[in-house]
Design a protein around this ligand. Structure first.
Ligand SMILES: NC(=O)c1ccc[n+]([C@@H]2O[C@H](COP(=O)([O-])OP(=O)(O)OC[C@H]3O[C@@H](n4cnc5c(N)ncnc54)[C@H](OP(=O)(O)O)[C@@H]3O)[C@@H](O)[C@H]2O)c1
Length: 203
């Protein structure tokens, strides 16, 4: 971990849950962290609470579904910090959407789910890669927070839309990893799996 001290990490969805914990841990280990979220005030609160730690947390407001927000957030990084060494694509959401009971409200839910979990990840990864290239960073790391539902088709009805978005994360992560490997880049791409299943429960 020492080699990351003083380097820049972008963590999406840093206002709560797993993203907040990741941002906190990285700041404690000396990284300069940019936390993206819509509820930017929560990231600002977190930043204040981490003021005496080794690293630093900057809060930037962004809805990762929106292209302009994502481009502007990474422009902020470019102007204020230069490059990015680590990206944690954590912003995401679950969705309960029974496929046999779709209506306009459900269509919007599906769009939000794919917009956040898939498009958000694709756009943030692309913008981060641009910043890595611009700054000659060839040992960067992109970490995509995923779910075990990105690897098998659950028997639980209502979760297939969410699961499909997580399969997309699995495929796109592996695709990016292969493209970077083909280009002989040393930038790593990793999936971190989170399980939704309480121990012992059948999926
Ligand atoms: N917890 C689990 O059991 C579990 C299981 C499998 C996978 N996961 C995945 O792990 C990740 C974190 O989960 P969590 O449990 O920590 O969830 P959480 O507490 O609900 O936090 C989600 C985070 O994502 C951010 N976010 C959501 N939509 C966003 C958007 N459009 N633009 C920017 N930020 C957005 C939220 O920030 P704002 O609302 O402030 O924007 C929040 O910081 C998610 O991708 C989730 O799907 C979690």
């Amino acid at each position: 971990m020492d080699r990351w001290e003083g380097r820049v990490a972008v963590v999406t969805g840093a206002s709560s849950g797993i993203g907040k914990s990741i941002a906190t841990e990285l700041v404690e280990r000396g990284m300069i962290v940019v936390g993206l979220a819509r509820r930017v005030e929560l990231v600002q609160d977190l930043s204040r609470s981490l003021a005496d730690r080794k690293g630093k947390l900057f809060a930037v407001k962004a809805d990762v579904r929106k292209e302009d927000d994502v481009v502007e957030a990474f422009d902020w990084v470019r102007k204020n910090l230069g490059g990015v060494h680590v990206l944690v694509n954590n912003a995401g959401m679950g969705a309960y959407s029974p496929l046999t009971n779709m209506d306009r409200e459900q269509y919007e839910k599906v769009q939000t789910c794919f917009g956040t979990n898939v498009m958000g990840m694709v756009m943030c990864s692309s913008e981060a890669l641009k910043l890595m290239r611009e700054n000659g960073i060839d040992d960067g790391h992109i970490i995509n927070i995923n779910s075990v539902l990105g690897h098998f088709i659950t028997r639980r009805c209502g979760l297939h839309v969410y699961s499909a978005s997580r399969y997309a994360v699995t495929v796109l992560t592996e695709g990016l990893r292969r493209e970077l490997a083909e280009a002989k880049s040393m930038i790593r791409v990793t999936i971190a799996e989170i399980t939704v299943r309480p121990v012992g429960e059948d999926a």
